[in-house]
Design a protein around this ligand. Structure first.
Ligand SMILES: Cc1cc2nc3c(=O)[nH]c(=O)nc-3n(C[C@H](O)[C@H](O)[C@H](O)COP(=O)(O)OP(=O)(O)OC[C@H]3O[C@@H](n4cnc5c(N)ncnc54)[C@H](O)[C@@H]3O)c2cc1C
Length: 452
């Protein structure tokens, strides 16, 4: 039960300088940054082992101007990155926050690499829609599981306590909104000097999804089930300002029925999507997030990614893709005539869609540049909700704001708990905005909270 109760004269069972709720990327980056600033944080995590949506992700973090980019001769800048984020969000994202996040992403990646030995590299063999440069930084396995494991090991190496198997339920603010402490799992109370909410959004709470994102109310939720919207519920009760609650990251390429992510490289490298009638239905080049609702509107709520074996080679760098292939999700055929009956779509329609005019906008506005060559590949896919983008409004120091725009004295938020930089629509999500705001704002939240 998520609650807010007046602190009155409560005697806490224990006292810590800094409490962090959630041990995903945001919470652990906050913990590491606070620890470096000389404060001993304590992290509360509901799961037995930290995983969160971070572990489910591909672990790709966008950042501009890094040495990893320079090593590959990639020219990029924080300014260009900020423009890309702002443009994709249709100008809705808070401009100051966008600037800070874009400028701090490169230093954050290098901080993780230098201080915690994370072997990042830039993905150079394909790009995501909306990014003007190759700037996705990933770990060798291209999995978020590796990212969270490395963050957890880093926290353990610094002896940062992560109290697992404990759910934070109640916040105790004083009459000025200063958070005196929290109650954990209905028993233990912990007093704190500052509190960082890093417990992600409300994707795992069907009532909140139905209320704020009705178009995804019946969609498969692909994120971490423990993300129940506690930050938003506490924020509502505290009188915090909330923003972009209808915003979300969807994904229009989840193998069905295998429920495994098929990288959007299958599309950006020249692939396309058809429905059961063999017809394309949207401009796939806009992005995977907005594609989710498009796919769900097709007959049966499914469609097919159509690509070729060259693209499959690019996609195989992702463990998820390799797993999907192992589980039989990938259909390969020498010709479209052979492929069509194997996936149950009319061959004539499929061939017509594959007969692409290159270099000029098609009927949806997409401009194709790369030609598919036989053998051809197909994966049956559906659309899913990955995570929510709305949340607690924060300033550039990650301080949670009240309805009047003034910050709470000792309350911070980062990652999916805070309002993102994607605005209020699925189409506002630029690839990587999730881990970007988790790692960068997590680090900022930890540093700011430590200063208290
Ligand atoms: C399949 C998938 C692929 C993705 N790929 C990418 C990608 O490649 N790049 C990218 O940028 N983004 C990606 N994302 C989004 C990204 O995973 C999230 O934006 C990011 O992990 C959010 O980090 P977080 O720390 O805010 O939340 P999480 O990692 O979800 O951590 C929150 C933690 O808080 C805990 N918690 C919640 N409530 C409480 C409570 N009351 N008490 C105690 N603990 C609590 C949860 O158990 C959880 O461990 C992807 C998402 C999915 C689902």
């Amino acid at each position: 039960m998520t609650r807010v109760k007046p602190s009155d004269d409560i005697e806490f069972d224990s006292e810590v300088p800094l409490l962090i709720i959630g041990a995903g990327a945001a919470g652990l980056c906050a913990a590491l940054a606070a620890n470096e600033s000389g404060v001993d944080p304590v992290v509360i995590e509901r799961d037995a082992v930290p995983s969160g949506s971070t572990a489910l992700s591909a672990g790709l973090i966008p950042a501009a101007g890094t040495r990893f980019q320079r090593e590959k001769g990639i020219e990029d800048s924080a300014k260009l990155f900020a423009q890309d984020i702002a443009g994709k969000s249709h100008g809705e994202a808070d401009a100051k926050l966008v600037q800070v996040v874009a400028a701090s992403a490169g230093p954050t990646i290098e901080w993780l690499a230098d201080n915690y030995a994370m072997p990042f590299e830039v993905i150079g063999n394909f790009n995501y829609p909306g990014h003007s440069a190759h700037r996705m930084h990933g770990l060798p396995s291209r999995t978020g599981a590796e990212l969270i494991d490395r963050l957890r090991s880093a926290a353990e190496a610094r002896a940062i306590p992560i109290l697992t198997g404990r759910t934070c339920e109640t916040l105790f603010p004083d009459e000025d909104g200063f958070i005196e402490g929290v109650e954990i799992s209905g028993s233990e109370t912990i007093g704190c000097g500052a509190l960082v909410l890093a417990c992600n959004g409300y994707g795992g709470n069907p009532d909140l999804v139905r209320r704020h994102i009705p178009e995804m109310a019946d969609a498969l939720y692909f994120g971490h089930p423990g993300n129940q919207g506690d930050a938003v519920l506490w924020g509502e009760a505290l009188g915090a300002r909330l923003g972009s609650l209808s915003g979300y990251q969807g994904h229009g390429s989840v193998a069905s029925p295998h429920n495994i992510l098929i990288t959007w490289a299958a599309i950006t490298e020249g692939g396309f999507q058809v429905n059961r009638e063999g017809s394309r239905f949207h401009d796939e080049s806009l992005g995977y997030s907005e594609a989710a609702a498009q796919v769900l509107r097709q007959p049966g709520g499914v469609a097919f990614d159509i690509f070729d074996v060259r693209i499959a080679g690019v996609a195989r760098q992702f463990e998820d893709f390799r797993n999907a292939e192992k589980q039989g999700a990938l259909i390969i055929a020498q010709t479209l005539d052979e492929l069509a009956p194997r996936i149950g779509v009319p061959a004539d329609a499929l061939k017509e869609e594959a007969n692409i005019e290159f270099g000029k906008p098609d009927r949806f506005g997409r401009v194709f540049e790369k030609k598919l060559e036989p053998p051809f590949c197909a994966v049956k896919i559906t659309g899913a909700l990955f995570h929510t983008q709305g949340g607690l409004a924060i300033d550039t120091r990650a301080r949670v704001l009240r309805k009047n725009g003034k910050p709470f004295a000792n309350l911070f938020a980062a990652g999916g708990a805070a309002v993102g930089v994607s605005g209020s629509q699925a189409s506002g999500y630029l690839s990587g905005n999730g881990l970007l705001t988790a790692t960068v704002l997590g680090r900022i939240a930890g540093t700011s909270a430590a200063k208290l």
